[in-house]
Design a protein. Structure first.
Length: 240
């Protein structure tokens, strides 16, 4: 259970507000509710610095949409550590991508699944989540030195930029780690540095997340080794 975390809910639907507040109370979070974008912005600007850790934000309102709040928050350095999760019935990728582009860290679709919501909130603002990851031989970087991960993983794609894999555990965006995949023993790479770019749940699948992770801290020689291995194994065609 996470303690001493303060969440702002910006949602005009009373049923959704009740669902969210009931969930947050059960998990020991503090919360404040706003019924409009302007009210949400006003609460944030009047609050003490870093009072809120997370905003749960609907996108559709009668006057202004939630994108306006995201833009306002991300243009003010006072809120540089504030996380934003969009909660909406909107299915259009363009709107969701616009919210992420403006600075939202994540989104969840209505109707809200409590387990998924819990995982996503934990990934954004948890201080001490403990996992274990023996299969990957992970050595987390300093920021996550107290975190260990334990989950199954299925490698899906590899290219020059990084990898895509499926797992039953949600990894937070920006999470950096060292990993040993057997597949990289072929190009004689003992350890690969990866950084999570995005993670999304696969619909109609039980607790399955698709994660995109990019190579990081890889020198030129290592990049050439990966490129040669990809070419040799027919992973992609070299362009003229």
């Amino acid at each position: 259970m996470i303690k001493s975390k303060n969440i702002l809910i910006v949602e005009d639907n009373e049923e959704i507000q009740f669902l969210l507040t009931d969930f947050l109370k059960a998990y020991g979070f503090s919360y404040t509710c706003a019924y409009s974008v302007d009210e949400g912005i006003d609460i944030l600007k009047r609050a003490e610095p870093k009072k809120f850790d997370l905003v749960l934000l609907d996108l559709l309102f009668p006057d202004k949409n939630g994108l306006y709040l995201i833009n306002e928050v991300r243009s003010d350095l006072k809120f540089e550590d504030l996380k934003i999760m969009v909660i909406s019935t909107l299915k259009e990728k363009k709107v969701i991508l616009k919210a992420l582009e403006l600075g939202a860290e994540d989104y969840i679709a209505k109707p809200i699944d409590r387990d998924i919501l819990s995982d996503k909130i934990n990934s954004l603002i948890a201080d001490t989540q403990l996992y274990s990851l023996p299969l990957l031989g992970v050595m987390p970087d300093a920021k996550y030195s107290q975190i260990e991960f334990d989950f199954d993983i299925v490698l899906s794609e590899v290219d020059e930029e990084g990898v895509i894999f499926f797992t039953d555990c949600l990894l937070p965006k920006g999470f950096a780690f060292d990993v040993q995949f057997n597949i990289f023993s072929d190009p004689n790479l003992q350890r690969i540095n990866l950084k999570v770019i995005s993670t999304q749940i696969i619909h109609n699948a039980v607790l399955t997340y698709e994660t995109v992770a990019k190579f990081s801290e890889m020198d030129v020689e290592q990049q050439l080794m990966v490129r040669r291995w990809l070419l040799a194994n027919g992973r992609y065609e070299e362009l003229d």
